[in-house]
Design a protein around this ligand. Sequence first.
Ligand SMILES: Cc1ncc(C[n+]2csc(CCOP(=O)(O)OP(=O)(O)O)c2C)c(N)n1
Length: 321
Amino acid sequence: MRPVDILRSKEELFKRGHRACQGCAAALGIRHLMKAAGRNTIVVSATGCMEIVSSPYPYTSWAVPWIHVAFENAAAVASGIEAAIKVLSRKGKIDPNRKINVIALAGDGGTADIGLQALSGMMARGHDVLYVCYDNEAYMNTGVQGSSSTPYGAHTTTTPAGKVKFGQGYWKKNLPEIAVAHGIPYVATVCPSYPVDLVRKVRKALELPGPAYIHMFAPCPTGWGLDPFLAVRVGKLAVETGVFPLYEVEYGRYKLTFKKKLKPVEEYLKIQKRFRHLDEEQIEVIQDRVEAEYERLKMLEEMTSREQYEKVARAKIKAVQ
Ligand SMILES: Cc1ncc(C[n+]2csc(CCOP(=O)(O)OP(=O)(O)O)c2C)c(N)n1
């Protein structure tokens, strides 16, 4: 099915009625994610906003088997589930031809900070799991504390902007690149403002054997100081300014999936309260960094278009399986 037809389908596996804030882009992205994944899916959710809003006992928004795990171990639990499916298939207790998707889901805190070790293990061992990090760029459900995925200059309750500091003082950890460094078959960035691209990448991630990592940009009106009706717009601006480049890395090959002349980062920054204290000089520092990173991705795209990259990556996957 074409991604656009998947999006049009009436079946919802992440149901409405959940308690996400108005304009929550993570909830929107997960709705699309689940449409792309389909019914034959088991979801493992780390503690975080998306777990809390979707499972207030005795209700649930999940129309598939779903397990809530601790803050740090979504990737480890998903690895165990995937291994169990393999054993049960081998013993004939599950139809070996039935493809069951295993998806681990966690926020940026549960991925970039406390869950990074479990994720690294899952990727190194080569489990056939899709790990999705929805990145709202802070620990949102506990009150907007900064994570290592909080962007440079952003105000959070633990990186407050004031006379002494100007918000987050270091650069956002580059999680997709950490995943790429594990040599897994598929890594991609997605943004709910681009649903067709999102669905296409989720399908590809689930179809390729072995581990896949998807980094989902997740604008958070509550934590970012943003009008809820601007959540989709700000996602578009993040992509259009290069703040959040859309790309995929399949068997080591980079491909930018949104390529246009970049808009100035100020257009993205100025509609969010978390950046309102930044002065011209600080915005210029961010602009330079964004441009340099975009150039780096373009160079990687050019460099890895060579055949040998695919060969090397495929060999590595065979070794871990
Ligand atoms: C070991 C442990 N430490 C701290 C907590 C408290 N805690 C629960 S969720 C959370 C923040 C989650 O942040 P993130 O993963 O970014 O997801 P978000 O809430 O933004 O969706 C924290 C600190 C916990 N549950 N377990």
